[in-house]
Design a binder for this molecule. Structure first.
Ligand code: URA
Length: 230
């Protein structure tokens, strides 16, 4: 990797600040000052900035318990972004693996690993997502059967894949789906004549929302959680 890129990825410096500290002679490789931005680093080298060893940060994987009225993009709209809730360097490199609507709460995965995110969201991978759904009207046996068989959504060419439905009460169910179409859960219940009034994501694949996290709180995933997405 080019030395200026290495400095950016291992510190909070921008590319132009990295070039500046290089020209100031503040970067040493194996105890020798190196000033060239284009220098190609190798894995065995010890790179120091003002005497401290710097190393490229690994990829980041975060779970957030998303509150209502936050949006999952970092574009400034009328509502605040969930990225305002996370205090980490280089936030602009992070993105959401499977967005939630502004009024949906719960498990939100955030990463800078594009391949991992693709595994979470790609319909081909059939990664399951489990939602706790609060309904306006009583859930009927016919509706449950339709959801389990694969409901047809408006303006979709194919019916949804069969969903798993666990009834908690007359107006609350756990719904597990393995796709992520636009507003999918709300549209599925609309298609069976009901209305979602509360939606909370509890689980993605084997990753369960940590119940130590209050709404708005986050933590890094454990190695096992990261590896569980395959
Ligand atoms: N389905 C929806 O309708 N909304 C969400 O936020 C997530 C899934």
């Amino acid at each position: 990797m080019r030395l200026d890129k290495y400095i950016c990825e291992s510190t909070t410096l921008t590319r132009s600040q990295a070039k500046k500290v290089l020209s100031q002679g503040r970067i040493k490789i194996n105890d020798k000052v190196v000033r060239s931005s284009a220098y190609k680093t190798t894995e065995d080298e010890v790179i120091r900035f003002d005497g401290d060893i710097i190393s490229v940060r690994g990829l980041r994987y975060i779970m957030l318990n998303k509150p209502q009225d936050f949006i999952c993009s970092n574009v400034d709209e009328q509502l605040p972004s969930i990225f305002n809730l996370i205090e980490v360097d280089k936030k602009e490199q992070l993105f959401v693996a499977g967005r939630l609507d502004a009024d949906t709460t719960g498990l939100t995965l955030i990463t800078d690993d594009g391949q991992w995110s693709h595994k979470v969201t790609s319909p081909r991978n059939k990664c399951k997502k489990c939602y706790r759904v609060g309904l306006d009207a009583v859930i009927t046996p016919e509706a449950i059967e339709q959801l389990q068989q694969g409901v047809q959504l408006n303006s979709e060419p194919q019916p949804c894949l069969p969903a798993e439905v666990e009834v908690i009460s007359e107006t609350e169910v756990l719904l597990t789906i393995s796709e992520g179409k636009y507003h999918q859960v709300k549209r599925m219940f609309a298609a069976v004549g009901n209305l979602v009034i509360e939606l909370h994501r509890e689980k993605i694949g084997e990753i369960i929302l940590d119940d130590n996290l209050d709404l708005g709180e986050w933590r890094y995933l454990t190695e096992a959680e990261v590896q569980s997405i395959s």
